[in-house]
Design a protein around this ligand. Structure first.
Ligand SMILES: [Zn+2]
Ligand SMILES: [Zn+2]
Length: 320
């Protein structure tokens, strides 16, 4: 990525951490949640990153086939999460993170450690992206060109074509990893080609930057409203144990967020959100046909300004 695009992305587009002034204009609050994920204390950076010795990747092993990996906040303030779902024939990698340009940042090498080279040798590895902001695909470089690996290209047309969507965004697509069915749900709004992933095995709903404990930037308000409505409807027909996105920007205490670009985030909120939180957002969005900031207990919905949209479109022109 060219430097100026990187700057644009960090300031306005991909980071989802642009400064905002929080206005207490919506006051329905969810009760403080109890996490369904056993790991709640992630590697969260340091006051002095120069001396920080923690590993590049913080790995949570949920079971033998399900992993959540976070990148070290001292190495990237985005500290995005990736999800690894292992089936009998295929392994799904959702997002490859914000790190590249150093062999020590290889997510593929990390998978060799946690899943094992023998499994990687015999199973197809499918890399997909929650959306095409750079903090979710920079690690593709460690997967490109490898045997048994397919990296789904990140543009909107490539995503639709790969999953054979004919009625985007209304349609859902199911893929089978081998005894493990995964549902791909279009969730545009934060970005045009955003998808969410539902895993029938863990019953996780993985939402990328569409929903997570932090500042959620919305580019297309109506598309986002429709996406949240579809996700809510989905949870009525499918058991969901956790809704998990790609970042944590919120503190444990209510309505408290970390400053933009933080490389040290003690006392972070839990990664997982509840179905009730999603339902509450959906209810709130139905009241607002026009974009406006919505503050709930677990996250803040922030419509992009015209300038932010223009810069986002410019960045897309260069990267897609
Ligand atoms: Zn994003
Ligand atoms: Zn992001």
């Amino acid at each position: 990525m060219k430097p100026f695009i990187c700057i644009i992305s960090i300031l306005f587009v991909s980071s989802c951490t642009t400064p905002i002034s929080v206005k207490a204009n919506s006051t329905e609050l969810t009760s403080h949640q109890i996490s369904t994920i056993a790991k709640s204390d992630w590697i969260h950076g340091s006051e002095n990153c120069k001396t920080n010795q923690e590993s590049t990747f913080d790995v949570y092993k949920h079971d033998e086939q399900s992993f959540i990996i976070r990148q070290n906040k001292c190495l990237t303030f985005e500290a995005p999460f990736s999800y690894i779902l292992v089936g009998a024939q295929q392994i799904l990698v959702l997002d490859t993170g914000a790190l590249s340009d150093n062999p020590e940042f290889s997510l593929y090498a990390e998978l060799e450690k946690i899943i094992g080279k023998s499994q990687l040798a015999v199973k197809k590895l499918l890399v997909v992206h929650s959306h095409s902001h750079s903090d979710h695909y920079q690690g593709d470089v460690y997967f490109n060109g490898r045997k048994n690996v397919e990296v789904v290209k990140k543009s909107a047309s490539d995503v639709r074509s790969f999953f054979s969507f004919s009625d985007w965004p209304q349609e859902e697509k199911t893929i089978d990893l081998g005894g493990r069915k995964i549902v791909v749900i279009p969730t545009p709004g934060h970005q045009e080609e955003a998808i969410s992933i539902y895993d029938h095995h863990t019953k996780w709903l993985m939402t990328g930057d569409t929903l997570y404990p932090g500042y959620i930037y919305v580019k297309n308000w109506q598309a986002y409203k429709d996406s949240i409505d579809r996700l809510t409807h989905f949870t009525k027909n499918n058991a969901v144990t956790a809704i998990m996105g790609a970042h944590i920007e919120k503190q444990k205490s209510p309505n408290s967020y970390f400053p933009i670009g933080s490389i040290y985030q003690p006392n972070e909120a839990n990664l997982d959100l509840t179905v009730e939180s999603l339902q509450l957002l959906n209810k709130e969005l139905k009241h607002h046909n026009k974009p406006r900031e919505i503050i709930l207990d677990d996250f803040i919905i922030k419509p992009m300004s015209s300038l932010q949209k223009m810069l986002s479109n410019t960045a897309r022109w260069f990267t897609q």
